[in-house]
Design a binder for this molecule. Sequence first.
Ligand code: SF4
Length: 501
Amino acid sequence: MSAAALRVAPLGRFDHDDDHPHEECGVVGAHVRSDALDYDLAGILQVGLFALQHRGQESCGICVASPDQIRIEKDMGLVAEVFTEARLDLLRFEDARTGIGHTRYSTTGASLRFNAQPLTVRSNKGLLALAHNGNFTNARAIRDAMLEDGAVFQTTNDSEVMINLVARYAHLSLEDATARVMSELEGGFAVVLMDRRKVIGLRDRHGVRPLVIGELPDGAGHVFASEPSALILMGARFVRDVRPGELVVADDDGLHARQVLEGVPTPCAFEWIYFARGDGALDGADVHAARLRMGEVLAAEAPVDADVVVGVPESGLAAALGFARASGIPFDLGLQKSPYAGRTFIAPNPRLRDQKVRLKLAPTGAVRGKRVVLVDDSIVRGTTSGRIVALLREAGAREVHFRVSSPPIAYPCYYGIDTAARQELAAATMTVAEIGRRIGADSLAFISEEGLARAIGIGRTCLACFNGRYPAGHPGDDAEKEGLEETGEARAALVRAATAR
Ligand code: SF4
């Protein structure tokens, strides 16, 4: 988790050139049995992180341990850049048995290598390493109390609060101490934690952030990952999701699970809308199928007379296909995405943002002279949406009807997703009709909360960024106000930095 996240309210790290909410982290973990020889533990963790790259592009790290030694490598950059073969070789050593990895969201802000994960500490329980996805909404209060108590922190990262708390229960085993700490922390989080002999995976009591378990071939060990797509590359068979409020230990004796906390499961709806890769299922619901159903629901809830359905690549394509199938309007590839327009290709200068959308997306002849249904997964600030509508009109679209496979985002996320500050969210200050006019669409409609729940099909999910009802706690009005003020400062600092370039 980020330094900014410790402040619990979003701090304006939102990527203005990519107007979507952003997952902030992906985690992996692996335990290889001591009698399973020649297992490339570092290699397993590297490919797992590679599969989770979409969950974070700022920094990544891997920690590997044997009974005799521990090594950690972490740095700013993409997994493929940081973990070259030479660097991976540093993590390959005899008897390596436990390991965890982490990949973190890229921002336009300053380089924060010291906050990269995994975090490691030497404690009364020996070496501990931790990697974390999500937010502890009470981390700041706990940290302040610990500081008053004389604790020392090396990072501004809220994960350090958890690892410190675990270490403080000196009289308890690692497993019992971790279970105790789970009940003290609030928020939405999935964590992998290791010592030299075991790896622990856990989710908060509401299961807001995902974590799945896999098994290596021939009973060689077990792995954890934020998404099932990582298991495939790690060479593991999907076993099951870690349950909300559950703590699962992987060690030489196999898997041991403990239901530490009870709660109403409310996993993050945005995992199905946008974050998770389409080639897997979370908490029993297939991600791609859910996106198709979102399009079908949208077609039923907000029908429109049109000639062609176009999805904003890549995230809007599945819902567009569902819309086309349900409406009978042909689907076509009306927008082409350049695979080479990377996120950091152009400095975040406002004058260049129009150009950046053009570099990323180009309309095809499929929209010329047509009444277009344009489907995207979300509208956060609306800036990019307006530019895409303008691109389609320039390319000859006669009408552009915008359909969105998430409800309007009107509240910030406190559980590890960067959604921009509340005052910047289009739906926080404008009606749907006003947003439609702002982005220049002929009509605009969002899927309903009920329709989204039907499309995902698992009962309750977290919908807090749409309705403001936070299932796993809220840092409180004062913290939010403070965070919003800081957001302004952070934003001003970013603008100054961009202008200075
Ligand atoms: S507030 Fe929104 S983005 Fe955050 S966990 Fe809930 S549904 Fe997901």
